[in-house]
Structures are given as structure tokens and as C-alpha cells.
Design a protein around this ligand. Structure first.
Ligand SMILES: Nc1nc2c(c(=O)[nH]1)N[C@H]1C(S)=C(S)[C@@H](COP(=O)(O)O)O[C@H]1N2
Ligand SMILES: [Mo]
Length: 496
């Protein structure tokens, strides 16, 4: 940040960047587009998965991070504490987000309008942290490659960026807990509504090239276990085991997001990008990749006694958390590997997998226009255009249907906009003919190329569902993977 910018930020008279942010936020509040502000108080700092074993991070956070651009500005002075007070807050830096907890940073898109566009700007892309965003110096960062490789190495950012190919991919990243607030009875954890999903272009190095160059064992049924480096001392390390088949297919070590360096909150200087898969797989602040035959499982990876007795160190976020656990199970069953990775396929194969892992995303859609509570008037031709987005992980979306009567009757939407593989969402439009004046509930439902369709609602815990059946999404202990359309309906009013 330049001295000039710092002065502007601290200048309460001028129309500083911060003033404009605050102004826009007030506007969002006033127009009622800041959905669900009232439910925030109870979930500050709550963990993602709401199990009792979760600990909240009580570690004091770093001061709000400057963006990478700003850290590169020569006149930035890190030692100047007086100025630190004036760094914009999370709220000020991300005017399009509703803050769930400032520390660790958790925030989701505040308005439906985020889902009326193809690319999600950084200001509107949700942030999901288990621990506070770390302050990392790129030149001091490295990623180690260990395990079943010819030679273990430490990769500098310089090597990652410039010694291998560069690729870009559009990816719809969604937190596995998105929609959790709709579960009834309520489950613990951050109460995400619809906004923990965004679509951005990520640029980085194909992980496959690095693994091949260093002679890694890359058999399809092996795993690459990827770890984040931001955990405060004594906390479980954010670790995910990604099936090698997927790693070799299209994962990246990403350092750019929408053409700018990945911001500190999104993983600067480098994060794993697993196209089409739930957010949790996209490990931020990566500092180690370990090639192995199984997922992280058992004592070896729980390191009893070190650094803290009974800790799950590496297994927590892979085996205990991010699992679909019905009410009757005391905890998720741990596996060394599983026969299918697609989350919906896992949910179908209840004879083989007790509790699905949150890997490839399930089909889902969101209406972006009209927004919640909006009053709309028909065009001169007497129609209203409904706009939204739909995605199905690394599978293609086949159709999207829209209902203007809460799901009683349906019409097919048409697709428009860019197509980048399957991992970016598709935009859809539906022309509502002759809308009657008054209140309406709009819902949308997507069907993927395998014929899987979004269910209507969430089951009761007593049903002990493990798969999507009878038009119901299984209620589960941590509120993961919700794709039911009814809870995501939009109420709008058509003017005469
Ligand atoms: N190291 C690390 N990586 C992480 C997380 C984390 O807490 N630590 N959160 C994960 C989760 S649960 C999600 S949904 C995504 C969120 O990415 P974003 O904050 O860039 O939207 O990052 C994932 N990667
Ligand atoms: Mo997440």
C-alpha cells in the first residue's frame, strides 16, 4: 500500500476507498440484500464441521493482511505500527461479503446478484478459514514434495512459477458447508446460507508435471496428501488426501486468481486447485505434498503424543470432518481408499461407503436475478427474465429447470455465456411469460450429465438417510453438501 493510499484510508474527510466500501455496505443493508444478518451472533468463529471435537482457534490473529500487490509496493513499511490500526477491516476489504466471523476470517456473498454474473470478483468471493489468514513472504515460502518420489525436494515459488507449464482454469469453488443454515434441526458450525460459492479463473502449475519431473509414484489409486502451513501451534494441520487420478488429470498449484496474485485470504502465495471439487480440497497456503498409497489414516498420521496428546494432526480434516454422517452414526468410518470419488456416487454406494467424503461437487443451481425480496416489473413484452448459474462439479450440467410457483410446475431454462470444461458454472436464463402480479417463489433445479437431479428438500434426522432419495437431501450431523432447491428459493413480487 502506498503512503498516499494510507493517508487516504486514514482521512475521514475525503471519499476514501473505505468510505466507499462502507457506503455500499450501508446500501446493501438498507435494501435488504444483506440476507440473514440476524443469525450471525451465535456462530462467530465456529468451525466448519460442528463436531464436538472441534476447537475454536483462540489464537490472536495477525493484523488484516495487505494484498500481495500492496506488499510489493516499495514504500510499504511493515514496521509502522501506527498505520496498522488504519488497515481496512475484513468488512471494508470485501464490500460484497456478509461476515460470519472476522477471526478466523469467514464470509459469504451477501447478495444474490453475485449469481447473475459469470466471473465472481474477489470482493464477492466467499472466504472460509479454520485458522486466521497467515502473513506470508513469498520469497521465504517453499513447498516440499515427500513420500513415494525419486528424490524429496523443496520447491521455491520461483521454481513452481517458472520451471513448469502455466495453465488457467475456471472453477466453481463451493464450501461443503454452503447451505448449512437451512438444516432443521440446526447443526453447529458457520451458518452459511447460499453465498459460500464463487466462480473464478485460477492460474498455476499442473501438479502432474511436478510429480512426473521428480519421479513420483503416480498410479491411479494412490493419493497426494496436501498440507497447509498456516495452523497455529498445537492445532490440526489442514490436510487433504486427493486421489492421484484426479491430481494427474487437472489439479494446479495456483498462484493467480482472476489475473491477480491470489490474495492472502485465498491462499497466497500458493494453493491447491482441484477443479470441480468442494472447497475443502483446495488447500490454501500449501507447504507440503506427500505421495502415498492411501489417504492419511490411523496412528501414524495422528501422531499421538506429538505435538499434543490425542491430536488428530493430519487426519482430522480428511477422515473426521467433511463426511456425510447421519444421526445414528457416532462418527464417520475411516477408509484407506474408496472405490468412487464422486460425492454423489459415494452417497449412492451405501453398501461400500458408510459416510461419503466431500470430493467432487453435487449438482446445484442458484438464481441471481431477481434477488430476494425484489419487486420486478415485466418488460413491455410482458415477460421477466430470470438469470442464474448451475454447476455439477467435474460433470457437465445437462439441463436447468425453473419454477415460478415454488416447484409445482417447471419450464426449461436455456444456457448462455462461456463454457470452460465442466468445472466452471453455466449461466442460465428463463423467460417468464405472462407473470401474474403479486408474490411468487422462484426455484431452479439442475440435472447433470449422469441424470442426477437436485432434490426438493432436506430429510428429517430420524430418516437416517445416506443418499439423496425420495426427493430429499440427507440431513447430516455437520450439514454438508446441501443441494436441495426449496431452501434456495427466491421470493419476489411482480408489479402490475
Ligand atoms: N490451509 C487451509 N486451506 C483451506 C482451508 C483452511 O482453513 N486452511 N479451508 C478450506 C475450505 S473448507 C474451503 S471451502 C476453501 C475456501 O477457499 P476460499 O477462502 O479461497 O474461498 O479453502 C479450503 N482450503
Ligand atoms: Mo469449506
Amino acid at each position: 500500500m502506498s503512503q498516499q493510499q494510507r493517508r487516504d484510508e486514514g482521512d475521514s474527510e475525503g471519499a476514501s476507498l473505505r468510505d466507499r466500501f462502507v457506503e455500499r455496505r450501508r446500501f446493501l443493508m438498507a435494501t435488504g440484500t444483506m440476507a440473514g444478518v440476524g443469525v450471525l451472533a451465535g456462530c462467530q468463529g465456529s468451525p466448519d464441521d460442528g463436531t464436538e471435537t472441534e476447537t475454536e482457534s483462540g489464537t490472536p490473529t495477525a493484523e488484516p493482511e495487505p494484498t500481495p500487490d500492496e506488499t510489493q509496493t516499495p514504500d510499504d513499511d511493515d514496521d509502522d505500527d501506527a498505520d496498522d490500526d488504519q488497515e481496512p477491516s475484513l468488512e471494508e476489504r470485501y464490500p460484497g461479503l456478509r461476515i460470519l466471523s472476522p477471526e478466523p476470517e469467514n464470509a459469504e456473498a451477501a447478495a444474490r446478484s453475485t449469481y447473475a454474473d459469470y466471473i465472481t470478483p474477489r470482493e464477492e468471493h466467499y472466504i472460509r478459514n479454520h485458522y486466521p489468514t497467515p502473513d506470508i513472504e513469498e520469497s521465504e515460502w517453499s513447498v516440499s514434495l515427500t513420500g513415494l518420489v525419486d528424490s524429496e525436494v523443496d520447491l521455491s515459488m520461483e521454481e513452481i512459477k517458472h520451471s513448469f507449464s502455466t495453465e488457467s482454469i475456471t472453477h466453481t469453488m463451493q464450501c461443503a458447508g454452503n447451505g448449512r443454515s437451512f438444516f432443521d434441526p440446526q447443526v453447529g458450525g458457520n451458518q452459511w446460507s447460499f453465498g459460500a460459492v464463487g466462480n473464478t479463473v485460477w492460474t498455476g502449475t499442473p501438479v502432474s508435471e511436478i510429480l512426473e519431473y521428480y519421479g513420483a509414484e503416480t498410479s491411479e489409486d494412490y493419493f497426494l496428501t496436501v498440507m497447509g502451513g498456516e495452523h497455529p501451534e498445537g492445532e490440526d494441520i489442514f490436510t487433504r488426501s486427493i486421489p492421484m487420478e484426479k491430481v494427474m488429470d487437472d489439479t494446479l498449484l495456483a498462484y493467480n486468481m482472476n489475473g491477480s496474485p491470489v490474495s492472502p485470504d485465498h491462499g497466497f502465495p500458493v494453493r491447491l486447485l482441484v477443479p470441480g471439487w468442494f472447497g475443502c480440497n483446495n488447500v490454501k497456503w500449501v507447504n507440503r505434498m506427500h505421495v502415498m498409497e492411501t489417504m492419511v489414516i490411523g496412528d501414524e498420521w495422528e501422531e499421538p503424543g506429538a505435538p499434543e496428546d490425542g491430536q488428530r494432526t493430519y487426519t482430522h480434516w480428511q477422515q473426521y470432518s467433511y463426511r456425510v454422517v447421519p444421526e445414528e452414526d457416532t462418527r464417520a468410518t475411516h477408509y484407506e481408499d474408496i472405490p468412487v470419488y464422486d460425492t454423489r456416487d459415494q452417497m449412492e454406494q451405501t453398501d461400500q461407503i458408510d459416510n461419503a467424503y466431500m470430493y467432487d461437487q453435487v449438482e446445484k443451481s442458484l438464481i441471481g436475478y431477481p434477488g430476494e425480496g425484489q419487486t420486478v416489473s415485466p418488460s413491455p413484452a410482458g415477460t421477466i427474465e430470470i438469470i442464474g448459474v448451475a454447476w455439477a462439479g467435474d460433470d457437465a450440467v445437462e439441463t436447468v429447470e425453473v419454477s415460478t410457483d415454488g416447484g409445482d410446475s417447471w419450464g426449461e431454462a436455456e444456457f448462455f455465456g462461456p463454457v470452460d470444461g465442466n468445472s466452471g458454472w453455466r449461466q442460465f436464463r428463463y423467460v417468464w411469460e405472462d407473470p401474474s402480479s403479486g408474490d411468487h417463489t422462484l426455484v431452479s433445479r439442475a440435472t447433470d450429465e449422469r441424470g442426477y437431479t437436485q432434490p426438493a428438500s432436506i430429510s428429517a434426522p430420524d430418516d437416517q438417510l445416506r443418499s439423496i432419495s425420495n426427493d430429499q437431501y440427507p440431513w447430516n450431523q455437520s450439514g454438508y453438501g446441501l443441494n436441495a432447491y426449496e431452501p434456495h428459493g427466491v421470493s419476489c413480487t411482480v408489479e402490475e
